[in-house]
Design a protein around this ligand. Structure first.
Ligand SMILES: [Zn+2]
Length: 320
């Protein structure tokens, strides 16, 4: 996202809107006064016609008449002030007041950007960046169920929204009961249905609880373990993924399947199961896809030692 561009557009339309609203309020105020006090209406007409004389004279350079026009403007305004006062209104009631006198709230002075616009732009950029940072904090409260449809059934009488509400609460429960859980979880479903987001929510929630959690993309996990195996740099990462209290493997099935990755995946599942440690796995593959991709001994450990939660819905990334 180009924050500077978006901030610029936002501030520009904010200025336009503010100015339009201010002008509309001013017109309304003026019209109602003119209706109730025709003398003021007459004065305002004179002010405007004097102003056009004033402008014409200023351009042609007739200094004596220019002074007269200025004087007349002042007199008319004074008269208007006293009339407004007599109506118990503030004397500047019919003056159009700007937040910024330099640019009359346009935000620009000719082609130049006014200081007031620049300041507002800075604030808007910060606001946008803060919002974006917040959205990246994957927390359960930030997991927006409104992306899921209430009018779309995923089973008889169960809407996509209701179903995904259940999936979310199941993930929250998984965090609450981590040490008592008997099985891990597989989040399976199409791209962009929220699997990675929710798995990061689990990660953040458990890290906050002080759990030792590792989150990694499947391909990274196999690359790193392979590197450790063949390059004599020690087994720090491999030890970590074998012993952490929860291992989150994101996007299993997207990696290139090699004899090494197959053996490593089997080892991870087997060793962690023997230690009573759980995994959370996200995958675009549903069970038949997993069966096609992996050996039986792997699939049976995936299916036997994990609860399967299917994610339903459209690709959220295309909705944002
Ligand atoms: Zn300004």
């Amino acid at each position: 996202m180009n924050y500077q561009k978006i901030a610029y557009q936002n501030v520009k339309s904010l200025f336009q809107k503010t100015r339009q609203e201010k002008m509309a309020a001013f017109e309304k105020r003026k019209n109602s006064i003119h209706e109730s006090n025709p003398e003021i209406a007459e004065i305002d007409k004179e002010i405007i016609s004097n102003l056009s004389t004033f402008t014409r004279l200023a351009l042609s350079g007739g200094s004596a008449s220019l002074e007269n026009a200025k004087k007349k403007d002042k007199e008319l305004k004074e008269k208007r002030k006293s009339l407004l006062k007599s109506m118990n209104l503030p004397e500047d009631y019919l003056d159009l007041k700007y937040n910024c006198d330099k640019c009359s709230d346009y935000g620009f002075i000719g082609a130049e950007t006014c200081q007031c616009f620049k300041e507002e732009l800075k604030k808007e950029e910060i606001r946008l960046l803060k919002n974006a940072a917040k959205a990246m904090e994957n927390t359960f409260s930030a997991f927006d169920l409104n992306y899921y449809r209430k009018d779309h059934l995923v089973a008889e009488e169960i809407s996509e929204y209701d179903y995904m509400t259940f999936v979310k609460s199941r993930a929250e429960e998984f965090c609450r009961t981590l040490t008592q859980n008997k099985k891990g979880i597989i989040f399976a479903g199409n791209t962009g249905t929220g699997k990675t987001f929710l798995s990061k929510c689990v990660y953040n929630c458990l890290v906050e609880q002080g759990e030792d959690v590792v989150f990694d993309y499947a391909q990274n996990l196999f690359d790193k373990t392979e590197k450790e195996k063949y390059s004599n740099i020690g087994y720090e990462y491999t030890d970590k993924i074998m012993n952490c209290s929860l291992l989150i493997i994101d996007d299993l099935g997207s990696e290139m399947v090699t004899p090494f990755s197959t053996a490593m995946l089997y080892n991870i599942l087997n060793i962690r199961q023997e230690k009573g440690l759980l995994n959370l796995i996200t995958t675009n593959l549903e069970p038949d896809g997993l069966m096609k991709k992996y050996e039986n001994r792997i699939v049976s450990r995936l299916m036997g030692y994990h609860d399967l939660l299917l994610f339903k819905g459209r690709d959220i990334r295309q909705l944002i």
